[in-house]
Write a protein that binds this ligand. Structure first.
Ligand code: MN
Length: 232
């Protein structure tokens, strides 16, 4: 490898269920408002085209299976929200994919938490400013291990839930998505050339809300087990 003038940043990768080999992360894309009930709770109606935002790859906080991760409560917010989401992990990419091609590009799936500084997001929306500080903060993309699609099959339906301290908060079904995972990825590929290693957070069901220090979050998606994290 070439000599560098400063230390090389550590490459970001995720654990993969059933193997020691890792899933290297290139980019993190997120779909906004992709479940009708959550879109309504955020003030939207109807099937408008999907919209996207990003998180830096190194915002990923990977929590191993059967382990409770710790998410440090981030600075500059008093309204940290949870958003449980299905995450698609791409094994290949391309531009202008059809939904069928997008489906074939999915290497695996993970449970994700699109953590959000809701107060900073509300200020940004009001002022017409970007969402980066609301969405792209350190540890703001909590992720369980990647489960190979060869083992899970395509995840098009199944329960997606989040509980805090044992109490149900978010619940939905993957089949309630406004834009299916392949449709959302196909749309995204008209905006960006997608590549192997890209992660796509596919939106959250209704019931988002605030967390506090000490809270224990447990996210579950049928076929992917559970993601457990404590707010530190
Ligand atoms: Mn989200």
């Amino acid at each position: 490898m070439e000599e560098t003038v400063i230390p090389r940043p550590v490459p970001v990768s995720l654990a993969v269920q059933g193997t020691q080999a890792r899933f290297p992360v290139r980019r993190i894309y997120c779909v906004g408002r992709n479940y009708a009930e959550h879109a309504r709770e955020m003030g939207d109606t109807g099937r408008t085209p999907p919209f996207f935002f990003g998180k830096p790859a190194d915002a990923a906080l990977n929590v191993a299976d059967g382990v409770e991760g710790v998410l440090p409560y981030p600075s500059m917010t008093h309204d940290l929200h949870h958003e449980i989401e299905l995450v698609a992990a791409l094994g290949s990419g391309g531009r202008d994919l059809t939904p069928e091609q997008a489906a074939a590009a999915i290497w695996g799936y993970a449970i994700g938490l699109d953590m959000t500084r809701r107060d900073l997001q509300a200020e940004a929306k009001k002022a017409g400013r970007p969402w980066d500080t609301a969405k792209g903060f350190d540890h703001g993309a909590v992720l369980g291990p990647v489960h190979p699609a060869s083992a899970t099959g395509p995840l098009t339906s199944g329960r997606i839930t989040l509980s805090i301290n044992g109490q149900a908060r978010q619940a939905g079904d993957l089949s309630d998505m406004i834009w299916s995972v392949p449709e959302a990825i196909a749309y995204l590929s008209t905006l960006f050339e997608l590549k192997a290693g890209d992660l796509i957070f596919t939106g959250t069901p209704a019931g988002v809300g605030a967390v506090a220090v000490g809270d224990q979050l447990r996210g579950e998606i049928d076929g992917l087990g559970a993601l457990q994290v404590r707010i530190g």
